[in-house]
Design a protein around this ligand. Sequence first.
Ligand SMILES: C[S@@+](CC[C@H](N)C(=O)[O-])C[C@H]1O[C@@H](n2cnc3c(N)ncnc32)[C@H](O)[C@@H]1O
Length: 280
Amino acid sequence: MISCPTVRKDVIRDHYNVSTLFYRLLWGEHIHHGYWEADESPKVAQRQLIERLVEAAQIERGAKVLDVGCGMGGSSRYLADELGCHVTGITLSPFQRRWAAMSTRFRRSAGQTQFHCADAETVELGSRTYNNVWSIECTEHLFDKPAFFRRVAEWLRPGGRVSICAWLAGDAENLQRPEARQAVYDVCEGFFCPSLGSSADYQSWMHDAGLEITRVENWTDNVARTWEICGERIRRFGMHRVADFIDRGQHIFLDRFDTLLDAYRTRAMEYGAFVARKPE
Ligand SMILES: C[S@@+](CC[C@H](N)C(=O)[O-])C[C@H]1O[C@@H](n2cnc3c(N)ncnc32)[C@H](O)[C@@H]1O
């Protein structure tokens, strides 16, 4: 695991309060990578990433799902609309909570989604509450990741599953290179991640929490194009000038897009999907 001790939780919250509009303009309703099989549009690729995780997690119709780090509510809406799930989304950002709630208000599935502003590291959700805990690209922001998986194991009903997509530090061999460790550190700093774990770290955290791992996938090559497209859009739309007006603090974040793409290419970083099951 690579850590960046300067990252603070209030800064993560502020980042999502301010930058959600950036993400919407730059990328769309989902704040996560796309998954490419061929030449799909970014919108299709974003949806494919969700579909692949649904398939890996075997989410059943009508399941009760917790969406941890729900962003603008994109996954929650998908799960409610397409699978009739009953979804509770939590996000650290009050701005995102309002956005997610507004964007589901007039949909057929509106009664099946609810959104709360809450910290996944402290929120009380009761034990044996959910069939699925779903989290796309949020665990990167958590300070105590092993403790989070112990909480997940508590929230899940027996037989329930947790499904995670996460940015990862590369494997131990790749991280022997100082420039690889520096690249992961730079990504942590630029994207407000207190640490990034490797695939092996995630597997041991889930295992130690009493969860049985059923799927581990490396999607790095399928998702990396996200940053080529975002980098190109930043330049085309003059996002640095927008940041000058809205929040100069966004510059470091915009500057690290190329670092992340390079880190995927050199395997200093990977992108992983994990599914684990709570035993009956
Ligand atoms: C990269 S975005 C992903 C959003 C969403 N999952 C999606 O795919 O569109 C990260 C999300 O994690 C949330 N987050 C970060 N730290 C959190 C915490 N401690 N508790 C709850 N949510 C958190 C942010 O507010 C944001 O919604």
